[in-house]
Design a protein around this ligand. Structure first.
Ligand code: DGY
Length: 433
């Protein structure tokens, strides 16, 4: 890439981060997502860190300032009122001092904090900022295994599709079909005021999202009860891989900072999780698959969830197989990595998580594959990501067949990931320690 082209991309990405900056946190995009989202913030912090380390740490500190007493870190913090989003705090009714949602999201914080720490230009500041976060993230990890893995399997279940961050993935169709649609309070979607309905989840999906929310609200958001009371319990390889990677990275960071007990606990979570992840491998699919915990069966759905497993330090033969699988997807789609296999009749190129490409997934998959020595495919993913930006700007997600931009525009984490891809282009594979 020409230096001028690269400079323009960086300038555009920074402009988007500035535009969506609300001082101590960043909104994913104006209009569609006007609050702080959990994994958006942690990944955005990596982008912020390139130019302002203090601001990057603050992004994560703000999120953890709203951690629940039981250790959960909610998926949305409603810092300021905004009518443009449904469901708002009046629907969640979680009774937190600053309103939050009542469910969580993929646990990328341990990974993000280690990366910020290791890149820090100011190591003393980084150590001072990392220590309290280390303890808070550890509490969150303990919360996951206590409340989302009650039988001690080593893997956690999501109890609401929103927890995965991949709201309408085909992976959830079967389990979500068991969730009723009736008996919910009347509501009006707001997302369709900001984005094309053909790019968003359907009304039937939304009814079930709301049903689950109301079920958990009816149980007073008591996490000791929610898992068993949920008709939706899915063990997702992507969600677990992110948690495993965060446990692994938190352990490495704790060792650096001299907290051996915390390190040992998180190392054990990661090792147990990695061993259990094997139960989600499908030789026939050539990738990991989700498991429906209520039936005990693997879900026949080849989505990006199974490819995100590459983000965890999985065995080399698995990383190699995922690399091959992604290369095969590249032959079916113009760009990598589609969130669902285009060969599946349920694939929908523009509908949110049923086909489109998301740069955060590209980043995590490429990072894991590079660390496993799968450089060629990791580089292809990076190159495709930058190519999408050149063709279609900083969208929320992209049609993998045509590169068309979808969902919201001027998207924060897309901008952050572009800064990350530009930084890592040509660098050595990431260190897994
Ligand atoms: C939404 O509202 O679309 C979010 O994905 C839920 O967090």
């Amino acid at each position: 890439m020409e230096p001028a082209e690269r400079a323009a991309l960086v300038e555009n990405a920074l402009a988007i981060l500035r535009e969506n900056d609300r001082g101590a946190y960043t909104v994913p995009t104006r209009g569609l997502y006007p609050f702080q989202w959990n994994w958006d913030s942690c990944l955005t912090a990596l982008g912020l860190g390139h130019h302002d380390e203090d601001r990057a740490w603050r992004e994560i500190e703000t999120l953890f300032g709203h951690q629940w007493p039981d250790g959960m870190v909610p998926h949305i913090v409603f810092h300021v009122p905004d009518d443009g989003y449904f469901p708002g705090p009046d629907v969640w009714r979680t009774k937190r001092p600053v309103p939050t949602s009542g469910i969580t999201q993929p646990a990328v914080a341990g990974f993000a904090v280690r990366r910020l720490f290791e890149r820090a230009r100011d190591p003393a500041m980084a150590a001072a900022r990392a220590r309290p976060l280390l303890a808070a993230i550890d509490r969150w990890h303990q919360w996951f295994f206590a409340h989302r893995d009650p039988a001690g399997e080593g893997l956690v279940a999501i109890i609401h599709p929103w927890e995965s961050g991949r709201d309408n993935s085909i992976d959830w169709d079967e389990a979500l079909a068991r969730v009723p649609r009736d008996g919910i309070e009347p509501y009006a979607r707001r997302d369709l005021q900001h984005a094309d309905a053909a790019h968003r989840p359907t009304d039937a999906d939304y009814d079930r999202f709301v049903w689950l929310l109301e079920r958990f609200r009816g149980l007073g958001w008591d996490n000791a009860r929610l898992h068993d009371a949920s008709p939706f319990q899915v063990v997702d390889p992507g969600f677990n891989a992110i948690l495993i990677r965060s446990c692994h990275d938190l352990a490495a960071l704790a060792e650096r900072l001299g907290d051996d007990e915390l390190a040992a606990r998180n190392r054990a979570f990661a090792e147990r999780g990695l061993a259990a992840l094997e139960s989600l491998w499908s030789e026939a699919a050539g990738q990991y698959l989700a498991c429906d915990r209520t039936t005990g069966r693997l879900v026949e759905s080849c989505s990006i969830g199974g490819l995100l497993a590459a983000f965890a330090p999985i065995p080399a033969r698995r990383a190699e197989a995922l690399g091959r699988r992604i290369a095969a997807l590249g032959e079916r789609a113009g760009h990598l990595v589609p969130s669902h296999d285009p060969a599946d009749a349920r694939f929908d190129a523009r509908r949110y998580w049923r086909g489109p490409i998301w740069l955060i997934c590209n980043y995590m998959i490429a990072d894991g594959l590079a660390a496993a020595g799968e450089d060629v495919i990791a580089r292809r993913i990076g190159a495709d990501s930058i190519d999408l930006i050149g063709k279609s700007g900083f969208a929320e997600y992209y049609d993998p067949l045509t590169a068309e931009p979808c969902g919201g525009g001027r998207f924060t984490w897309t901008a952050a990931m572009v800064l990350e891809f530009l930084k890592t282009t040509g660098e050595q594979p990431g260190d897994r320690g």
